[in-house]
Design a binder for this molecule. Structure first.
Ligand SMILES: NC(=O)c1ccc[n+]([C@@H]2O[C@H](COP(=O)([O-])OP(=O)(O)OC[C@H]3O[C@@H](n4cnc5c(N)ncnc54)[C@H](O)[C@@H]3O)[C@@H](O)[C@H]2O)c1
Length: 345
């Protein structure tokens, strides 16, 4: 069995483990478990899924819906789940968001454990305690902030993850390595080849740092009202690109990070050569790095959830490992975007 790494947050009352999923089975063996997963994962890991009573949902973002929440809750009642039952969410961010929300409201909240299987889930969705579904044609409108009993990350599951989904998560890992101090950005640069071959041990090193950093940031801002917004690096323009080009979230964030770096250069915070070197490294990793400012993107900025009234908190980059939030008026931001149009990398 792989060595088990464990982080514990006393403040959040949760743990994250990195290691072989067999350890998770040992931890869970005394519990009444109901596993929730999607159909793709059941067909890829039938032996694991069949170890538990389980609830299946169709794969894809459409499953983060009121109808599917209703289905899961009905199934829990039909399976006679009690307050002692533990929900084990096994899947990507869709499964963990939906299952954690269902667990959070079933009988006023029962224990749940997250076992993310996508890189985005491991790097982001299964850490921090946010769960929810889409509603009223918008993302994550209903949900909770409630920590799992623990999150268990086993990078071996990434072997079956489609490559585009891998890149989707890699963008979030690159984001994490750029905004938090540490060695991740250098490690990513020097281990590019094994990273792109989705080598589990290499991924574990990068995830290790990303998970610790995210947990520590969440501890500083449990209710997501301040410092946690650092995680939105690349997301302001990323959301605009996502809506415009209909590409995967992580790939849009990759382009959004390029936009944020162009703005950082225009504002004099980031050196052009540094920005160019980051962008070429991101491209070498297979991430999309083309970004052109379009007038319609500014409409998205105005609707952005980080925008309150006339100001918004924008995340700038100074160096790899050094990002900061600055309150900007929309007209300041528009004028920076105007200056940044001529910056190319
Ligand atoms: N709660 C949070 O803090 C948070 C943070 C970021 C994203 N999210 C949410 O996460 C969701 C996106 O998550 P995602 O990118 O994991 O998407 P996803 O859950 O839809 O998974 C993507 C696809 O990969 C498949 N898959 C997952 N693991 C696999 C594996 N090991 N092998 C083969 N196929 C596998 C899934 O079946 C699915 O088809 C969004 O709804 C987003 O809002 C939540």
């Amino acid at each position: 069995m792989q060595h088990l790494i464990q982080y514990q947050s006393l403040l959040l009352n949760t743990r994250v483990y990195l290691g072989d999923y067999l350890h998770a089975l040992q931890i869970l063996k005394a519990r009444d478990v109901i596993l929730i997963t999607d159909e793709n994962l059941k067909s890829l890991y039938p032996a694991f899924v069949s170890k538990f009573k389980h609830i299946l949902i169709p794969p894809g973002e459409e499953s983060k819906s009121m109808d599917m929440l209703n289905h899961v809750l009905n199934q829990l009642f039909e399976m006679k789940a009690s307050r002692d039952t533990l929900i084990l969410a096994f899947g990507g961010g869709v499964v963990t968001d939906l299952a954690a929300f269902a667990a959070g409201i079933f009988k006023r909240g029962i224990d749940f454990v997250l076992m993310p299987t996508s890189l985005l889930g491991m790097a982001d969705a299964a850490i921090g305690g946010k769960s929810g579904i889409n509603f009223y044609n918008a993302k994550n409108q209903l949900g909770l902030i409630k920590q799992p009993l623990f999150t268990f990350i086993d990078t071996q599951f990434l072997r079956t993850l489609p490559y585009l989904q891998f890149l989707n998560g890699l963008a979030e890992l690159v984001k994490s390595s750029l905004i938090f101090p540490g060695n991740s950005w250098d490690f990513i640069k020097t281990n590019q080849e094994s990273l792109m071959k989705t080598q589990p041990e290499t991924l574990q090193v990068v995830l290790d740092e990303a998970v610790q950093n995210k947990l520590q940031l969440v501890e500083l801002d449990v209710s997501d009202m301040g410092k946690r917004q650092l995680l939105n690096f690349g997301h302001s323009f990323g959301h605009a690109v996502e809506a415009n080009e209909k590409i995967l979230h992580g790939l849009a964030v990759s382009k959004g990070m390029i936009a944020a770096m162009k703005l950082s250069v225009a504002a004099g915070y980031l050196r052009l050569n540094q920005a160019k070197s980051i962008a070429s490294q991101m491209e070498a990793l297979g991430l999309p790095v083309s970004f052109t400012f379009k007038a319609e993107y500014l409409i998205y900025l105005e609707q952005d959830k980080k925008c309150s009234g006339e100001t918004m908190n924008f995340v700038f980059l100074k160096n790899p490992g050094e990002a900061f939030i600055e309150k900007m008026t929309l007209s300041q931001l528009k004028s920076l975007a105007y200056d940044a149009r001529s910056i190319s990398f």
